[in-house]
Ligand binder design. Sequence first.
Ligand code: MG
Ligand code: MG
Length: 249
Amino acid sequence: MVYFKTDEEIALMKESNLLVSKTHAHIAKMMKPGVKTIEIDKVAEEFIRDHGAVPGFLNYNGFPNSLCISVNDKVVHGIPSSYELKNGDIVSVDCGVYKNGYHGDSAYTFTVGEVDEEVLKLLRVTKQALYLGIEQAVEGNRIGDIGHAIQQHAESNGFSVVREMVGHGIGKELHESPEVPNYGRRGRGMKLKKGLVIAIEPMINLGTKFIKQSKDGWTISTVDGKPSAHFEHTVAISKEKAIILSNFD
Ligand code: MG
Ligand code: MG
């Protein structure tokens, strides 16, 4: 079942998503060597609660924290811990907020100190792939157009697309229909219509596309141990241009 949102609902979702991007901006200054990922999680939780909202991921299917923090070869769903950031790390922070009955969801991959040139390229290409996907998220296009644009850009730059984890509809529930894969064929899948709100979230690997789940039951990492990047925005489908609800700027 796909839920189409009214303009009033989209305005509320804008509020939830804006708080997600403000949380990202707030923790950005913590991306320094020696900072523990659990400390970042605590600061984010406090910030979200101070703004009259609830962390959207906390206790979701039993997830123990407010942020998913996935460092280097971790793809997504990393659990904040006593791990201390070090020079050269990349840190994917996925943040969710629940406010006024609606979810916000956005992810950003930060750098710590000096990062290898090819890893910086991975981050650049993943972010570009997200925006190319967003460009396709207009009324009349199809879900496959989004995935195609993302896959095309990632693979033409020599990177690979995670298949098992995908974007999603979002609203009163964190994960709603439809699924939004980061790969696909033009002209395939559900037709996009005004009122549809989706989270587009390319997970792009430097090496192989294959992933594994850790024994903690959550953390997803690359099979070959090479880095992975993750950028995500929640967007509302519109006639000419998707409206980015979680604007990081
Ligand atoms: Mg997310
Ligand atoms: Mg998401």
